[in-house]
Design a protein around this ligand. Structure first.
Ligand code: CMC
Length: 440
């Protein structure tokens, strides 16, 4: 395929067998690589083949930008490290949803709206009772998030901007409550109601760790660290779970059902489930002297084992979120006076060894956001099975921002990928004698 420029416009010229050269427009976004618009290809009787969407943009978006080669992540144009340093999570939520950071008044109004919606319907409490106590909290979250749609019949018109906005507010407000309830249920404790005098992160810690017998005292360093974790996970462009939300939403499905689809997709160990898998892996390695054994396994093509928390489809350098996460990890351990942390020792040494190993260097495999987050969450006292739930809680704003953007974009259409059919060619079902067919 050649590229040619005509005046201001650029085209790629594709020569299909037996056809006239096809001019495919080259589109340029605000930042990032140029994109060949292949929409005209289908009419020529051809599709493109791209398993895993390695070279395919499925939509255009104004929300998040990633430069994987340089390790850049921007929310609405702002670098992630500056947002983590200078904003709290709710300001970032406002930014992702509305496109701009809020003024003081806008922030107060937004915070008030979130606070107003942190309670969940009492009947939702009984939904939890239907789950086994030992259910994985992500299993519970998939079900409960979808079930929310059954509580807001009168607010589900996806074409109404007010309905869309109030759904976004409800989801951001209620996810911490639902997440903490999934933990409380798993340990047989009563649910703890939200406290609206606390910050978003502080309230989550309260709902996780307070009991009717004792109020949990929120430590400001821990609260700030958790808030940063929420910011770092808030959005990440068209990853598997966000794409699942968009694909589900493209059919006109209600937003709660779409978020449930996102939670299901996030659960996998190649995606959000990696934080849980990573901490389990570090525990399994146990001591620094066993690292070479696990590095060898990660490199062995006959072993399905991979280093969790390493590698990324888009980042081919250090994940900028992992950098902030590593600093936060040290801050939390200092605050908690944890001097010797065997898991952190293993993580630090594993990172050092992997980053100097040709296998990882050649494949650009660096620590990702999940490498250090588990150590922080573990130090705070959050059980491993809740790690991906916390990712889901924080990512909800990203999912609902993408869902909202999709509803507002005139180019949005139902998502319908095609395939290369490699099954049996056309064949006939043999007629059976009456005797045989009666027997079957
Ligand atoms: N350990 C060992 N080898 C790896 C790893 C790893 N963690 N990740 C990739 N590779 C190898 C892979 O075997 C392949 O080698 P080769 O070229 O010899 O066949 C090469 O690197 C490219 O891997 P890939 O599977 O084609 O890359 P991908 O873009 O399809 O997958 C990934 C990206 C994140 C799924 C993968 O790196 C992985 O499985 N990492 C571990 C799970 C993880 O930490 N996931 C969290 C991602 S960040 C948070 C999020 O977005 O949810």
């Amino acid at each position: 395929m050649d590229s040619a420029e005509k005046g201001e416009e650029k085209f790629a010229i594709l020569q299909l067998p037996g056809k006239e050269p096809l001019r495919l427009p080259i589109i340029k976004g605000t930042m990032g690589p140029e994109v060949i618009d292949i929409r005209a290809l289908g009419k020529q009787g051809y599709f493109t083949y791209d398993p895993g969407f390695v070279s395919t943009a499925a939509c255009s978006s104004r929300i998040t930008f990633i430069d994987g080669a340089k390790g850049v992540l921007l929310y609405r144009g702002y670098p992630i490290d500056q947002l983590a340093d200078r904003c709290n999570y709710l300001r970032v939520c406002y930014l992702l949803l509305n496109g701009e950071l809020p003024s003081k008044e806008q922030y107060q109004e937004f915070e008030g709206q979130i606070i107003h919606h942190t309670l969940v319907h009492e009947q939702i409490h009984s939904l939890y009772q239907a789950y086994r106590r030992d259910s994985h909290p992500m299993a519970v979250m998939c079900g409960i998030a979808g079930a929310l749609s059954a509580f807001y019949h009168d607010n589900l018109d996806i074409y109404d901007p007010e309905h869309r906005y109030s759904t976004a507010i409800r989801l951001i407000a209620k996810m911490p409550t639902l997440a903490a309830m999934s933990y409380k249920y798993s340990i047989g404790h009563p649910f703890v109601y939200p406290r609206n005098d606390l910050s978003y992160a502080g309230n989550f810690l309260h709902m996780m760790f307070s009991t009717p017998c004792e109020e949990y005292e929120v430590n400001p360093v821990i609260e700030k660290a958790l808030d940063k974790i929420f910011i770092l996970h808030a959005d990440h462009e068209q990853n598997a779970s966000t794409s699942s939300v968009r694909l589900a939403g493209s059919s006109g499905a209600n937003p709660y059902a779409c978020i449930a689809a996102g939670i299901a997709s996030l659960w996998g160990p190649a995606h959000g489930g990696a934080n849980e898998a990573c901490l389990r892996m570090l525990g399994q390695i146990g001591t620094v002297d066993r690292i070479p054994e696990f590095i060898a396994r990660a490199k062995d093509k006959n072993d399905p084992f991979r280093l969790s928390g390493f590698g990324h489809r888009v980042y081919k350098t250090y994940d900028p979120r992992a950098r902030v996460m590593r600093e936060t990890c040290h801050e939390v351990l200092n605050e908690l006076h944890i001097k010797n942390h065997p898991v952190l020792d293993v993580a630090t040494e594993l990172e050092r060894i992997a980053l100097s190993d040709p296998y990882f260097i050649e494949r650009n495999l660096y620590p990702n956001v999940d490498f250090y987050s588990g150590i922080i969450l573990n130090a705070i006292g959050i059980p491993t099975s809740m790690f991906t739930v916390i990712f889901a809680l924080a990512r909800t704003v990203g999912w609902i921002s993408h869902w909202t953007e999709m509803q507002e974009m005139p180019e949005s259409r139902i998502g319908r990928p095609r395939q290369i059919y490699i099954g049996k060619p056309l064949r006939a079902v043999k007629k059976q004698s009456k005797k045989t067919s009666n027997k079957q």
